[in-house]
Design a protein around this ligand. Structure first.
Ligand code: HEC
Ligand code: HEC
Length: 237
């Protein structure tokens, strides 16, 4: 019994941080760093990767740049060590930003001004989840993957690009039937009737294809120009 007590004491000790209660600490595991980053940081930092940069309107450096240069400038024996230190840096800096602490170069500091403190707007646990997500997500490997996906997208005809972005390919392929008919079969059937294609994209369709039981959902919010581009692309197949 005594042993059990002793063990629980150790557990309590291990799981309670300096200024966060036992309960808070537990919840850190469940905090969604990606969502919190969006909520708490995206009003100033661009979160895209690769980032869209607009010197005239940007209020802060893009988060990808923040991640890359903290990893560049913070010293550590190993990469993991650097990341731990960088997480600690973010937890501290966001609450208590100072010119002398910023790793931002002078030019950028002048351009953006000092980051306002987010004291009271974000907890240490939330910051830890955010910082962990930052260093997992904004990596050179992920940037190169994102860049490749973007290159593939840019190389596509416009209609195919929009269809990709609107997830049409979750149910369609160009060459074969999956949930819905192949785009080539759709093209064959409607090549003289582009309006039928446009209508089905806008309003959905069902029971028009033998052997297909699922329905085509309506894309009511897709603008006419996008529908036009996709339909022309389907016909061109
Ligand atoms: C109100 C605007 C604003 C918000 C919101 C904001 N930041 Fe910043 N942040 C800035 C500006 C401006 C800078 C650049 C100047 C500087 O380094 O202080 C900056 C810089 C930083 C730096 C870089 C410090 C360095 O040395 O390079 C980090 C880290 C950072 N922000 C993290 C965050 C995180 C994490 C959040 C969300 C929890 C956040 N920021 C929310 C404006 C903001
Ligand atoms: C959730 C699955 C799903 C998604 C997502 C989907 N479709 Fe379909 N689509 C279908 C199914 C199933 C059919 C066959 C419906 C039928 O039998 O009438 C179909 C049929 C079609 C047809 C032919 C309709 C007709 O009148 O014969 C067109 C055109 C089409 N889809 C285009 C698209 C485009 C463009 C997108 C993306 C904007 C898209 N679909 C997204 C499932 C889907």
């Amino acid at each position: 019994m005594l042993k059990v007590w002793y063990f629980s004491l150790i557990l309590i000790f291990v799981f309670s941080g300096c200024n966060s209660s036992n309960k808070d600490k537990k919840s850190v595991v469940n905090l969604d760093g990606k969502k919190l980053l969006q909520e708490k940081c995206s009003s100033c930092h661009n979160l895209d990767m690769p980032p869209k940069i607009d010197d005239k309107t940007d209020l802060a450096p893009p988060m990808m740049a923040v991640s890359f240069h903290l990893i560049d400038f913070i010293h550590g024996a190993t990469k993991d060590d650097k990341i731990l230190k960088a997480i600690d840096f973010i937890k501290e800096y966001v609450i208590n930003p100072q010119r002398s602490k910023s790793y931002c170069d002078k030019q950028s500091l002048k351009q953006y001004g000092l980051m306002p403190s987010l004291k009271g707007k974000v907890t240490q646990d939330e910051l830890e989840a955010i910082a962990k997500y930052i260093f997992e997500h904004y990596t050179v490997e992920n940037l190169s993957k994102a860049q490749q996906a973007l290159n593939r997208l840019n190389a596509m005809p416009k209609g195919e690009r929009i269809a990709t972005q609107k997830n049409c390919f979750s149910c369609h392929r160009v060459d074969k039937k999956i949930v819905g008919p192949s785009f080539k079969d759709i093209s064959k059937r409607y090549h003289n009737n582009i309006n039928a294609i446009k209508n089905s994209i806008k309003h959905g369709a069902k029971n028009r294809w033998d052997g297909i039981k699922s329905t085509m959902p309506p894309f009511k919010n897709l603008d006419d120009n996008s529908i036009d581009q996709i339909s022309k692309w389907i016909i061109s197949l």
